[in-house]
Design a protein around this ligand. Structure first.
Ligand code: FE
Ligand code: CA
Length: 522
């Protein structure tokens, strides 16, 4: 959304990926810069292969996806020869790899930027594992992951973390140090994994002079982000389940409509490049994308304790309304007749049907939406004038929100929980089918998490938004402890994300008792 708009100059000054890499790697400690590998499988590399770390994701009771990307530094052109490379992988019950339980070889291909997605099956449910990749003498950092409990298991507790909005140019990702110390079993990433626009880094680490548009641009941007040691550590610590918001492609895009009015066919191709690069850098269980249509919405259950519905609010969304009445870059504005149209959709017809069909009060004890843009609504008028909304959020799609919230209530879901990113601030809000009609029942609770490092949006609108129960604009992330009858959310803050040695502060805790949708201070 617009709150993270920075100067989006399109000037192509030519530095490109090479310039990016050269500045980026000046002062950043990088995981596996240990020694040069021996030529492996006949491939001589320019340097250590596993500079972007490792990751695991999309766990299931019997399997998990392991990720890495071979990227010897410097990264110009990906740093790899134009040939396929076989990489060994090991999964063990111990971090010394004395008890290897699964191993194999996977082929890293140039067409996928030498990224690997190994879907390791045959694992035990609710179990801890360690994993690594090997290429000749070069060994990756060791990752730690966990499988999910069986669907019929009745776990007492799940500790998860969620995060969003990490802006390399605006701060270090040090919030993740605290996340690692919290040892969550699962991390949800709710969008803005990287920012596509040009930036001038606060510490000079990188100054990409062009907005990402091509596949190479997006690959380079992800690779830059992936060199961050705190981000690498967070991926090594736990499995992630990730979705995207707008900046993985273009600020405030919807469907095939860009922020800047590129022709839709042209933007469609850009979206395809961005989606492919996203896939190449995320530990997701997907086939390699072959175009701009990529299904990332999905669900999974943590035993009978919780079911998570991971949403995509960009790919199928109608264009935010009222664009013709506001400046092209502005995403707030007064309402317009188009906003109210009953057929407007943010999820698209198929995803909306999938969600409504899948959410069920008779199913798991907690139903959770892993959502990307604010759902519980906010009037952002500060002068006592007509209501103003962030039209790029669910506030731009009020009919779709009402349909969904009503459907969740009709399905008998007790105390649905919505977890959200995008806003660069923390919120606890009551969720109603119409946020601004306080006569409607509170159906659920939305927790919006702070940004890892993107510019905070600090204007506090709580005085005129009674549905918003808590607001804070600091950087950080969120820890949730899910028990059978109580959901507890704890905001975790980092004092100065521009310092390499910040301190961490526990923010407030809020609890939701199952059956009572309103959050209360805990
Ligand atoms: Fe953001
Ligand atoms: Ca966003």
């Amino acid at each position: 959304m617009g709150v993270d708009d920075r100067p989006t100059r399109r000037a192509v000054l030519g530095a490109g990926l090479a310039g990016l890499a050269a500045t980026a790697f000046g002062g950043v400690p990088i995981g596996s810069r240990r020694r040069l590998p021996r030529p492996a499988g006949g491939v001589a590399l320019a340097g250590p292969a596993f500079t972007l770390g490792v990751a695991s994701g999309d766990p299931r009771p019997d399997r998990v996806v392991l990720w890495t990307r071979l990227a010897p530094l410097p990264l110009e052109g990906g740093g790899m020869p134009d040939q396929a490379v076989d990489v060994k992988w090991d999964v063990a019950a111990d971090d010394a790899f004395k008890k290897v339980v699964r191993k194999g070889t996977a082929t890293a291909k140039p067409a996928l930027a030498h990224s690997l997605h190994v879907d390791v099956d045959g694992l035990d449910p609710a179990a801890e594992y360690f994993y690594r990749f090997r290429l000749g003498d070069d060994v990756s950092p060791v990752g730690h992951t966990r499988t999910l409990p069986r669907p019929d298991a009745a776990p007492k507790e799940l500790k998860l973390a969620f995060a969003s909005c990490q802006d390399f140019g605006n701060g270090y990702f040090t919030a993740y140090r605290d996340l690692v110390a919290q040892d969550p079993s699962l991390v949800l990433f709710l969008g803005d994994y990287m920012y596509e626009h040009t930036f001038f880094s606060f510490d000079g680490r990188a100054n990409p002079s062009n907005e990402a548009v091509t596949l190479d641009d997006y690959r380079g941007r992800y690779a830059l982000y992936k060199t961050d040691p705190d981000l690498q550590a967070a991926h090594q610590a736990a499995p992630w389940v990730t979705t995207w918001d707008d900046h993985e492609v273009d600020n405030n895009y919807a469907g095939d409509v860009s922020q800047d009015g590129e022709p839709p066919e042209q933007f469609h191709a850009r979206r395809a490049a961005a989606y492919r690069a996203w896939y190449e850098h995320q530990p997701v269980r997907l086939k390699p994308p072959r175009g701009a249509d990529v299904r990332v919405y999905r669900d999974f259950a943590f035993g009978d304790l919780a079911r998570f519905f991971v949403l995509d609010t960009r790919q199928y969304a109608d264009v935010p309304p009222c664009r013709e009445t506001s400046a092209p870059l502005a995403d707030t504005g007064p309402t317009c007749p188009d906003r109210e149209r009953p057929d407007r959709t943010i999820l698209g017809t198929e995803q909306e049907r999938w969600l409504v069909d899948g959410i069920d009060g008779a199913g798991e004890r907690w139903s959770v939406l892993a959502n990307t843009v604010q759902m519980a609504g906010q009037n952002v008028d500060l002068v006592g004038g007509p209501a103003q909304y962030y039209l790029d959020s669910w506030d731009g799609y009020p009919a779709a929100r009402a349909r969904l919230v009503d459907a969740i209530a009709d399905a008998g879901v007790k105390s649905p929980i919505v977890l959200t990113g995008d806003y660069h601030a923390s919120f606890v809000s009551d969720l109603r089918s119409d946020p601004f009609d306080l006569s409607r029942p509170v159906v659920g609770t939305e927790f919006v998490g702070p940004a890892i490092s993107a510019s905070p949006f600090s204007t506090d609108f709580t005085a005129t938004n009674p549905q918003v129960r808590f607001f804070d604009a600091r950087h950080g992330y969120v820890v949730c402890t899910v028990e059978r009858d109580t959901w507890t959310t704890e905001f975790r803050y980092v004092t100065d994300s521009k310092s390499g040695q910040p301190t961490f502060e526990a923010g407030p805790k809020f609890a939701v008792e199952r059956g009572t949708p309103k959050a209360t201070p805990a």
